[in-house]
Design a protein around this ligand. Structure first.
Ligand SMILES: *Cc1c(COP(=O)(O)O)cnc(C)c1O
Length: 811
């Protein structure tokens, strides 16, 4: 909690516009949609893809009264009750606050960085040390310039250790991370590829990373990286490895795949022992050894460490949304529990308005002191929950403290015993718990059974990709997101909800019934329908859907329909055919379109648009330019006659990359949103969909045997064949048979063998080490898969059948 005086001392603002000097700050906010406790919040107007100053009004309307800004022109005299701290850089100001919070913490801070594995190591260290210590950890992968500042905010002396993760994406970012975190103990997980993220060499990258440790006592690192020369002389380098000079010596690494373990003999000072690491993949072994070394540094004996390491489990670090029994939606986030990640999960619960009733199942938090309890109460008071189910006696203080009905269970076992009696139906259930409570067992019981082939959809990646494209657009250009065809196979209202939350301007569906489904699920954005037909007009109007009008027949029919309904000025979108020759008025027909439109009052043109046929193809640039000109000429013609303004738009994904001249009033973003970078642009897109299946059976067969229907898969050697649960009925095209398709198991590529069956197919796994029930990635490279069978990624994505369950992640 900070008073205005203290905040002023810390931020040293250029100017302070003071309305209420008695404000007390308890929450940092940078997104006006995520205000939980307005009175205690301070809003930072960050200069990101969208200028945070634009959202001051929104935050103020929600009751926020403290702001950190860099542009006073936004303030005027509209916000008379608010305090404004005027600084050069709002993010820098937030970082100053974070550094101050850190400076008040008197116990050791462990700072983790590295190219990979830092979140896993942070989570595992929290689990390993949490057995006997109170640990404060940064939530999720909050490791950016902003993430670290937010992550430090709740730190206080109730904890024994703080474990904070730091990442960098550009040279010179580590300095500010160091100032905020100032780790006493540094942990370097690895260094990674030199070419990644703007570094010219591996050495430059290593030098940048170790800046985090410039004032640390010690750095724990794999000996093989040899970072001694990069460290300040008074920072100890506590290494592990196979060399004589490594502090912790490793020997005899034995992999026991059948046990799922790797046995490593370690010696340190006078001690020797074996740790049984419960993993066999290289990354997990390396991460586990970093944890072992850290615990040795902290003085734990090897026997104790061995016992703790044996209990580690692979991390499901992602918040997951899936269908539950009795028409419930289950949001499972049971791997860690702290205030910040609870807020993220609650935001997600509210954003995905799956059901009116929202239930929270919550366990105790790690190291929950009085301050955390107070904040937790505030956070929960700000929620409109249907019921609150608490696990752990220590949460009893919430009874009566929040307006929701509270049910308290002493343990997860007690909750499970009483689960059926709770009668869950038609509700969204957020399951949020610390790992020790194993609330995933509860999620498992609430979830509907799934066919073991799933399409995992990463909603966070969609959000990320949206930001990438938005960063290319001038602020006045609107964005229409294409959610046709089940959002290119990625599900409908889950994606639409996310897009609505991220304030896109328009959505587009192919058919009216897709739009109706969005409306029924609470989507309020304007929705354009590409192929409305007469039978659907009733639904179109009843659901405020806006039809594309492409011909005189459809124009007259729609106007006649509106007349019978006595509706006027209904928004429509006039499609001009500038070269696709699919739907749309030809430019020569426009005078007649104008003649009709100028005498009817039933419709009002909301936009005039067209579709580019080859915006990604540089050989067709002359044609693309001509299409843009034709649209503009047509729209000019209409604008000259119609008395009101309307929008014009023509750009699809590739045109956003290649044709700024086509941005006009709005762009229509499709495939790029779903992570396919067909233009090989420099955008850093994230994969959205992962189609996964599992191995049902593995067989050893002799040379000469054949696999599958029609004996097409002939074995030329003794082979191992794996059967997996996906076939052409799931959308795995039959043309992928006989080695044309490749799947990936545990990082290894394997070809199909024999014909693809309806519900299954077979893989040749002779050359790799795989096991039954292992997970299989069906399209390790979607672009390559598409070209192998002579199609495009769009067709593979939308072809994934609806019987394949969609599971949503927000990571
Ligand atoms: C599908 C579609 C788009 C989006 O195209 P992408 O290449 O996926 O970006 C835009 N406009 C119309 C009319 C479409 O049908």
């Amino acid at each position: 909690m900070y008073t205005i005086d203290v905040v002023e001392q810390i931020l040293e603002p250029k100017q302070l516009i003071l309305a209420n000097k008695d404000s007390i700050i308890t929450h940092l906010v940078y997104d006006s949609r995520k205000v939980i406790d307005p009175v205690g919040s301070i809003f930072f107007a960050l200069q990101a893809v969208r200028d945070g100053h634009r959202f001051i009004g929104d935050a103020y309307a929600k009751g926020v009264r403290n702001f950190v800004i860099s542009e006073t022109s936004w303030v005027g005299n509209k916000y008379s009750e608010a305090n404004f701290f005027v600084v050069d850089n709002a993010l820098g100001a937030m970082q100053k606050l974070a550094a101050h919070v850190r400076s008040k913490f008197t116990k050791p801070v462990i700072g983790i960085t590295g190219s990979n594995g830092k979140t896993v190591v942070k989570e595992w260290l929290t689990e390993l040390l949490g057995v006997d210590k109170k640990i404060y950890q940064s939530p999720k992968s909050y490791n950016s310039q902003l993430g670290v500042a937010l992550a430090l905010w709740d730190l206080n002396d109730d904890y024994d250790y703080a474990i904070i993760e730091a990442g960098i994406s550009l040279p010179n970012e580590m300095d500010s991370q160091q100032v905020m975190i100032r780790p006493d103990i540094g942990v370097l997980t690895n260094i990674g590829q030199a070419h990644a993220s703007g570094f010219s060499s591996k050495e430059e990258k290593a030098r940048e990373k170790v800046k985090l440790f410039s004032a640390s006592k010690v750095v724990i690192s794999p000996g093989k990286y040899n970072i001694r020369d990069f460290l300040n002389p008074d920072v100890a380098n506590f290494t592990f490895g196979y060399e004589m000079d490594d502090v912790v010596q490793l020997s005899s690494v034995q992999e026991h795949k059948e046990l799922g373990q790797t046995w490593v003999t370690i010696s340190f000072q006078q001690q020797q022992g074996i740790v049984y690491i419960p993993f066999t993949d290289r990354a997990s072994i390396e991460n586990a050894l970093i944890c072992v070394t850290t615990l040795l540094y902290l003085g734990y004996p090897i026997a104790d460490i061995t016992a703790r390491i044996a209990k580690l489990k692979p991390l499901e670090m992602r918040l997951q949304l899936r269908k539950g029994k009795n028409n419930c939606s289950i949001i499972d986030d049971s791997y860690s529990n702290d205030l910040a990640s609870l807020q993220i999960a609650l935001d997600f619960l509210n954003q995905q308005q799956q059901h009116e009733k929202r239930t929270l199942i919550l366990s105790e938090m790690e190291g929950m002191g009085a301050k955390v309890k107070e904040k937790l109460t505030k956070v929960l008071r700000g929620q409109s929950l249907y019921r609150l189910i608490l696990v752990g006696e220590d949460l009893g203080f919430l009874e009566g403290a929040v307006q929701t009905d509270v049910l308290l269970y002493a343990s997860t076992a007690d909750l499970i015993a009483g689960l059926d009696a709770l009668g869950f139906a038609d509700e969204s259930i957020l399951v949020k718990g610390s790992r020790v409570f194993h609330l995933e067992d509860v999620s498992q019981l609430l979830a509907a059974k799934t066919h073991e082939t799933v399409l995992e959809i990463n909603l966070h990646a969609i959000e990320h990709n949206l930001k990438q494209y938005r960063s290319l657009l001038p602020p006045e250009v609107k964005l229409m997101a294409m959610v046709k065809a089940f959002s290119y196979g990625s599900g409908s209202f889950e994606v639409a909800n996310l897009l609505q939350f991220n304030k896109v301007d328009y959505l587009t569906v192919a058919f009216a019934d897709e739009g109706v489904e969005l409306r029924q699920n609470g989507i309020e954005l304007p929705i354009m329908v590409l192929s409305p037909d007469e039978q659907a007009f009733e639904a179109v109007v009843a659901n405020r859907l806006e039809p594309e009008i492409y011909s005189f027949r459809i124009l007259r029919a729609f106007v006649d329909f509106l007349k019978t309904k006595k509706v006027s000025s209904y928004p429509i979108h006039i499609k001009i055919d500038t070269g696709m020759h699919r739907l749309g008025f030809l430019p020569t027909e426009l005078p007649e379109v104008i003649a009709v439109l100028s005498v009817v009052s039933e419709v009002r043109v909301a936009s005039v648009f067209s579709h580019l046929v080859a915006s990604g193809d540089s050989n067709q640039d002359a044609f693309t330019r001509q299409q843009i000109e034709l649209l503009n000429a047509g729209a000019d013609l209409l604008q000259a006659e119609l008395k009101y303004p309307f929008m014009r738009h023509i750009a699809n994904t590739s045109a956003i990359i290649r044709w700024p001249a086509a941005y006009l009033d709005m762009v229509r973003l499709g495939i790029g949103l779903y992570g396919m970078d067909l233009d090989q642009a420099t955008l850093d897109l994230e994969t959205v969909g992962q189609l996964k299946t599992t191995i049902t059976q593995i067989k050893e067969l002799e040379a000469g045997e054949t696999i599958g229907y029609d004996r097409k898969g002939v074995l030329h050697r003794k082979s191992r064949i794996a059967t997996v649960k996906i076939g052409y009925a799931d959308g795995y095209n039959r043309r992928f048979g006989n080695g044309v398709g490749e799947m990936m198991i545990n990082g290894q590529l394997v070809p199909t063998i024999g014909n693809i069956c309806m519900d299954m197919c077979m893989l040749d796994v002779t050359d790799v080490s795989v096991f039954e029930e292992e997970e299989v990635l069906v399209f390790p490279d979607l672009g390559k898969a598409a070209s192998a069978i002579g199609t495009i990624p769009y067709e593979l994505l939308v072809g994934i059948s609806s019987r394949v369950k969609r599971v949503y992640f927000y990571e």
